[in-house]
Design a protein around this ligand. Structure first.
Ligand SMILES: Nc1ncnc2c1ncn2[C@@H]1O[C@H](COP(=O)(O)OP(=O)(O)O)[C@@H](O)[C@H]1O
Ligand SMILES: [Mg+2]
Length: 278
């Protein structure tokens, strides 16, 4: 485990795109270039421009068309700048990008809790190496003030349980919110199993968006998802405890398997010798 390199956001998109069952959940994504950016800016109301090798929301830029036909550019929690011409927008992005490789992605109109965008972390784990996937929990990450990313540390956001977040954000009944949460749980299995065709990880955390019309989008996947995030969800510490328990169970199973392997090797070695095993 942990032998293949992390894919980065561009390879990850292409990897998920190959799966026909997953493709409908992916917002259109291209490698950032001026041509790709211009093309997508013509077709979508907002775009996210993200570093291929980024995490924790760092370096993420949102671009959208403002009411007066101007363009706004906003990096993470910084103030937005507005421009009238696309070349000015591009110049600004390139300055913020600092030569790093980026992707450009269709912006999803995230559901909002008290005016703040939210998305959802779905946590999947195994209890032993090569074991089946288990669903461990999910929570809603609500962006802090003035942030275009929901990552809690960077945006100073908050976390909450998913069904109440969905009822608040979308005016849904509790039944509908529960149904969608169940749907996200079953999608977690589909996505995690597809990821196994790349490499078997011990846990995976999916960032999932629900847009203002209730549509589900897969934004990204994390191979080292935070446990501390779940500790912050005081309304549901059972999920955090489950995550910790499974991490420990995996650790014990891994050590046992290593010990068994060691013993097996020992037996092979002593085969054919006259040294008695004491
Ligand atoms: N296409 C998008 N539309 C709307 N919000 C997005 C989009 N992409 C990212 N975000 C927001 O930015 C956050 C960070 O993006 P993500 O792709 O998860 O990068 P990171 O690896 O830095 O966490 C997401 O959790 C979400 O809140
Ligand atoms: Mg993320």
């Amino acid at each position: 485990m942990g032998k293949k390199p992390e894919m980065g956001k561009w390879l990850l998109y292409q990897f998920f795109y190959r799966n026909k069952d997953i493709r409908p959940y992916l917002p259109e994504t291209r490698k950032y270039s001026h041509a790709a950016f211009r093309d997508m800016l013509n077709r979508y109301r907002s775009l996210y421009v993200k570093p291929v090798a980024g995490s924790q929301g760092k370096g993420i830029i949102k671009v959208w068309r403002s009411a007066n036909g101007r363009y706004s550019v906003k990096k993470t929690t910084l103030a937005a700048n507005t421009f009238t011409r696309v070349d000015e927008v591009i110049r600004r992005i390139d300055a913020l990008r600092g030569g790093k490789m980026y992707i450009v992605q269709r912006g999803i109109d995230l559901a909002k809790v008290h005016g703040r965008p939210m998305d959802i972390r779905v946590m999947m784990q195994r209890e032993k190496p090569g074991g089946r996937w288990l669903y461990s929990g999910m929570l809603a990450k609500v962006a802090g003030p003035g942030s275009v990313v929901t990552n809690t540390a960077l945006s100073r956001g908050t976390v909450m349980d998913v069904p109440p977040a969905l009822t608040k954000a979308l005016g849904w009944s509790r039944e509908r919110a529960d149904r969608v949460a169940k749907r996200l749980e079953s999608l977690g299995f589909v996505w995690a199993r597809h990821f196994d065709t790349y490499q078997l990880y011990r846990e995976l955390g999916f960032d999932v968006a629900v847009d203002t019309s209730g549509r589900i989008w897969l934004l990204e996947q994390n191979t080292a998802p935070s446990h501390a995030l779940f500790k912050r969800n005081k309304a549901n510490l059972a999920a955090y405890r489950r995550i910790q328990y499974r991490w420990g169970a995996f650790e014990r199973a891994r050590r046992n398997q290593a010990r068994e392997k060691g013993k097996a090797k020992g037996r092979v070695k002593s085969k054919g010798t006259t040294v008695p095993r004491l």
